[in-house]
Design a protein around this ligand. Structure first.
Ligand SMILES: [Zn+2]
Length: 165
């Protein structure tokens, strides 16, 4: 299957070849077990179908999957929006120019995919994300960890992470 964007059912699809997962807006997350196994075995930079689909799930908690999930208290929606729009547009320019793209070009498909792919990088290749999109990295740190900076994943980070769902 190769959906490119969200359809009328709220289905958002990841387009990596040979990798599949689906996240329904008000339904289940569907994952290909083979891809989950492959991801955990290969630990590829910026690729993890579980993180990707659950990012869509978090994104859709407020009713639309658009790259703007409900934010924890203390975070600023306007800052998030501006940071992500700037980064998304910068990536789109990279991809349009046909040259090297700093993160997976699939992120340039839509703001929702940008958020999902950035989430994959945040957990699997944080330094790549931090170097190219430091402001996105900071917003994702606040979102997923409740603090700026990324060191060892702490017990308190896990509790914060669980509270998002
Ligand atoms: Zn996706």
């Amino acid at each position: 299957m190769n959906h490119e964007e969200q359809d009328e059912f709220g289905l958002v699809h990841q387009g990596f070849e040979n990798r599949s997962g689906e996240s329904w807006l008000k339904g289940p997350v569907i994952l290909s077990w083979e891809d989950v196994r492959l991801d955990s075995r290969e630990n590829l930079e910026g690729r993890n179908v579980v993180l990707h689909e659950f990012a869509h799930k978090l994104d859709g908690v407020n009713g639309s999957t658009n790259g703007l999930p409900p934010l924890p208290a203390g975070m600023d929606r306007r800052v998030w929006h501006d940071v992500f729009v700037r980064a998304y547009e910068a990536l789109c320019r990279e991809v349009d120019s046909g040259g090297f793209s700093s993160i997976d070009p699939y992120a340039a498909t839509s703001p929702a995919e940008f958020f999902a792919v950035a989430t994959e990088y945040f957990f699997t290749a944080p330094l790549v994300l931090e170097r190219r999109f430091p402001e996105v990295f900071e917003q994702l740190s606040l979102f997923y960890l409740g603090r700026v900076g990324y060191s060892n994943f702490l017990e308190s980070d896990w509790r914060h992470f669980q509270s998002l769902a």
